[in-house]
Design a protein around this ligand. Sequence first.
Ligand code: PMP
Length: 395
Amino acid sequence: MVTDRQLFLNNLAQTSDSPLALEITKAEGIYLFDSSGKRYIDLISGISVSNIGHRHPAVIKAIKDQADKYLHLMVYGEYIQAPQVRLAAELAALLPESLNNCYFVNSGSEAVEGALKLAKRYTGRKKIVYFNHAYHGSTHGSLSVMGNDSYQLAFGPLLPGVNRIEFNSLDSLNVISSETACVIVEPVQGEAGIIAGTQEFIRALRKRCNETGTLLVFDEIQTGLGRTGTMFAFEKYKVVPDILLLAKGLGGGMPIGAFISSREIMHSLAFNPVLGHITTFGGHPVSCAAALATIGVIIEEKLADSVDTKSRLFVELLEQNPSIRQIRSAGLLIALQLDNYDHVKKVIDNCIENGVITDWFLFNDSSIRIAPPLTITEEQIRVACSVILNALRTN
Ligand code: PMP
């Protein structure tokens, strides 16, 4: 009989020669279970997705209730669908007044695409500024603002008029001019290996955008929904972006993305031409119902409030280990900096063998990624850290 592992290797497009290839048959809370029944602590949340844990009962109920009513009805923006409009209203209620209008899409990359188009259309400008080591997705537009040469060169030509500048460098902000439509930035760079924007830098960036009439786009696709200790990371910087991007954790395990701005800015997608941005499935009712339930869980279980304490516990338990050169963290986005990829690989493999899933970062393969569900308990953190410490000691 052909095994699922063989089907995986033969019939599913492979994009690396070393996939984790765990055969997961069930997930619940912070745990994944493989086909042999082995249990793993998920310390990466499907890359910052499962903020409220896997299969949260409130999300499962919302999905089932919505499935009993309707699935896809019509392309985006034509029919009034309760899960969509209520999710938009809930987000508007959580966000500042200038972020009161949501466009729902299916993924993070699509949210980026929508935001870049919106900024060009609203400002009438053609140039876009982005940062070194930034990750915003893998489609042509989002790849054009990926701060990495090897990915960009392999798939060029990409968007013209894009300018890459240094993150956390005040000098580099001079590149932003009255010709710049938007600057896209992750307040905490995720795939770079958790590099937080400094308060000074993010505020100076906001100021420079104000001076030049440039829209500031915050990609909070990894930092959003409680992960850094506030519902959105921008709250920690006391600046408000002109466009906010969400995806990943928003759907509680279902696919959804959003670009969010003011009604005035968003209106520029409605004329010359009408239907300036179109999606068939964007804002799928089941995903929106799941997202609404997810936000409810984050608020009711006060998940963001315990993030800093849990983050500190990880750091306290791990920082004494001599192989860890540095720990960088922004709430429950944590990077353990080791010396090189080989060591990271051995530690990750050993952790998986012993029931803890970690990972590295796309642009930093000498660091270990820790981004567990925010629901993880202190006791579970201790168990996970003892496995990591043991892997570091023996490898
Ligand atoms: N922006 C950031 C900051 C991300 O981390 C990611 C995904 N890792 C994306 C955008 C793209 O999201 P998606 O994979 O859903 O297209």
